[in-house]
Design a protein around this ligand. Structure first.
Ligand code: PLP
Length: 446
C-alpha cells in the first residue's frame, strides 16, 4: 500500500481512498475542521480559506443556522423520492424562483454542477430541436462526459475526450485581452461579441441550441466581461434564436455581490445553472432555473430529467437556510467589503512587477502573473498541455502563501491566483490574507 498519498480523504486503520484527481491548489493537506473563514488541518494548523475550498463554502464553515436546519430535516424525514412531492424541496424551488432574474422560475434539481449543465444543455437541445451548445475556450463546465464536452479547458477535455464521444459542443474565444487585439474595453466587447456571432453563423444558426458561459470567468481566470459585451450577446442570441445559459455554479449566491453573477450585468438569460454555493456546499445540490416558456415546452415534450438524489430534502433544507443567510446579511457584507478587497489588490499590482493585472468582481478575483523581466505570461495563453507550465513560479507563490496560513485557488492556465473567500470574511481577514499574498510574491520573485 502506498504511504502518504495526497488525496481528498484518508480512511482510518489502513483504509485509503484512491486519489482520483490532483489537488488543484497543489497543497497536500488533510483538513479536519472549520469555522467561518478558517479551516484547520490534522495537526491543528489554521488557514484562512481564501478559496472557499472549491469556490463553494460561501456562508463559511460550520454555520449553525445551516447545520441546525439540516439536522431538523434529518429528524423529520431524510429522503423522499424525487418522483414524489416534498414540502422542503418545493419551498426551495419557490425561493430560487424568487431570487432568479425576470421570468426564470422553473427549477430542475440535480446533484452536481456537471449534471446541472448537462440538464441545461439537454433542455436547450430539446426545446430548440437543435444539437449544439457552444461554450468558451478554456472554460470549465464540469467533468462528466456531457459537461466535459462543454468544458473548453484542454486538459479536462482531453481526459473526457480520450474515450467518450464529445458531441455538439463548439467553442468560441473568451472576452479576454489576450484573445483579441483591442485598443479599449469597448473595442474588446465589440470584437469578442462579433466573434461569437461569427461562430454561430459558421456553425449554422439553426444547429445551435444555446451558448453557455460564466458571467464572470471562474477557474478560467476570474475575469468580468468588458462593459457592453453581455448586452450585445443577448441581442445576438435573440436575433439568431439561440438560448443564453449562464453557468452560475461559481458566480451564484452572492459571490459577485448579487444573487447571481448575471445580475451584475443587468441581462436576463434563458437559463441559469447552479450548484456549490446554493447549500454553501454543506450538501450536494445543483440545478437549472429556466424561463417559464421553457418549462412549458419541456412539459409538452414530456422530457424526464429525474435522478434519485436530485433535490435531496436534507440538501434542500441546507439550501433554504443558506439563502436566508445570504439574504439577511452576507450579500450586503460582500457589497461593503468588495471595494476593500479591490483596493488591496490594486496596491498589490502596483507593488510587484510580476503582477500583470488584477481583475474580478465582488468576492471573486484573480491576480494574473507575468515574467517581470519580459512581461510575457509564464504559460502561453493557448497552452493545451500541462508540460508548458513546468517552470511556472505561480504555484510557488500559492505554496508560500499556504505556509503563511492562507489558501488561494489556481486558474487554468496556471498564470493566476484565484481569490474567492467565504462571504463572511471580515475586513481584518482581508487585510491579513492579502498581506500574506504580498509577502509570498515578494519571497518568490525578489
Ligand atoms: N461549472 C463551473 C463554472 C464550475 O466551476 C464547476 C466546478 O468547479 C462546474 C460547473 C462543475 O461542478 P461540479 O464539480 O459540482 O460537477
Amino acid at each position: 500500500m502506498q504511504e502518504n498519498v495526497p488525496h481528498a480523504g484518508r480512511g482510518e486503520a489502513g483504509g485509503e481512498t484512491i486519489p482520483h484527481w490532483h489537488d488543484p491548489e497543489g497543497e497536500a493537506m488533510t483538513i479536519v475542521e472549520g469555522e467561518d473563514a478558517t479551516v484547520y488541518d490534522d495537526e491543528g494548523a489554521a488557514y484562512l480559506d481564501f478559496v472557499s475550498q472549491l469556490y463553494c463554502t460561501n456562508a463559511g464553515h460550520s454555520n449553525e443556522a445551516i447545520t441546525d436546519a439540516m439536522t431538523a430535516q434529518m429528524e423529520r424525514i431524510p429522503y423522499v423520492s424525487s418522483a414524489k412531492g416534498n414540502d422542503v424541496r418545493d419551498a426551495l424551488a419557490a425561493d430560487l424562483a424568487e431570487i432568479a432574474p425576470g421570468s426564470l422560475s422553473e427549477v430542475y434539481f440535480s446533484i452536481s454542477g456537471s449534471e446541472a449543465n448537462e440538464s441545461a444543455a439537454q433542455i436547450a437541445r430539446t426545446v430548440q430541436d437543435a444539437p449544439k451548445v457552444l461554450t468558451r475556450w478554456q472554460s470549465y463546465h464540469g467533468g462528466t462526459a456531457g459537461a466535459g464536452a462543454l468544458t473548453g479547458d484542454p486538459s479536462t477535455r482531453s481526459t473526457v475526450g480520450r474515450y467518450a464521444a464529445t458531441t455538439g459542443s463548439g467553442k468560441f474565444l473568451p472576452p479576454l485581452p489576450t484573445a483579441f487585439d483591442a485598443d479599449s474595453p469597448a473595442d474588446l466587447a465589440k470584437q469578442a461579441a462579433d466573434h461569437v456571432e461569427f461562430v454561430i453563423r459558421n456553425e449554422g444558426a439553426d444547429s445551435v441550441a444555446a451558448i453557455m458561459m460564466e458571467p464572470v470567468g471562474g477557474s478560467s481566470g476570474g475575469y468580468p466581461a468588458p462593459p457592453g459585451y453581455f448586452d450585445r450577446l443577448r441581442a445576438i442570441c435573440d436575433e439568431y434564436d439561440v438560448l443564453l445559459i449562464a453557468d452560475e455554479v461559481i458566480t451564484g449566491f452572492g459571490r459577485c455581490g448579487d444573487w447571481f453573477g448575471i445580475d451584475t450585468e443587468d441581462v436576463e438569460p434563458d437559463m441559469i445553472t447552479f450548484a456549490k454555493g446554493v447549500t454553501s456546499a454543506y450538501a450536494p445540490l445543483a440545478g437549472v432555473i429556466a424561463d417559464d416558456w421553457i418549462g412549458e415546452a419541456v412539459r409538452e415534450e414530456g422530457y424526464d430529467l429525474g435522478q434519485t438524489f436530485a433535490g435531496h430534502p436534507v440538501a434542500c433544507a441546507a439550501g433554504r437556510a443558506a439563502i436566508e443567510e445570504y439574504e439577511s446579511h452576507l450579500i450586503d457584507d460582500v457589497r461593503e467589503l468588495a471595494p476593500v478587497l479591490e483596493s488591496r489588490l490594486t496596491e498589490l499590482a502596483d507593488a510587484h512587477d510580476a503582477v500583470e493585472t488584477v481583475r474580478g468582481r465582488g468576492f471573486l478575483w484573480s491576480v494574473v502573473f507575468a515574467d517581470p523581466e519580459t512581461g510575457e505570461p509564464f504559460v502561453h495563453p493557448w497552452a493545451a498541455d500541462a508540460d508548458e507550465a513546468e517552470e511556472n513560479p505561480v504555484a510557488a507563490v500559492r505554496e508560500a502563501a499556504a505556509e503563511k496560513g492562507v489558501l488561494f485557488g489556481s486558474g487554468r492556465p496556471d498564470v493566476q491566483i484565484l481569490i474567492s473567500p467565504p462571504l463572511c470574511t471580515t475586513r481584518e481577514e482581508i487585510e491579513r490574507g492579502i498581506a500574506a499574498l504580498d509577502e509570498a510574491i515578494e519571497e518568490t520573485f525578489e
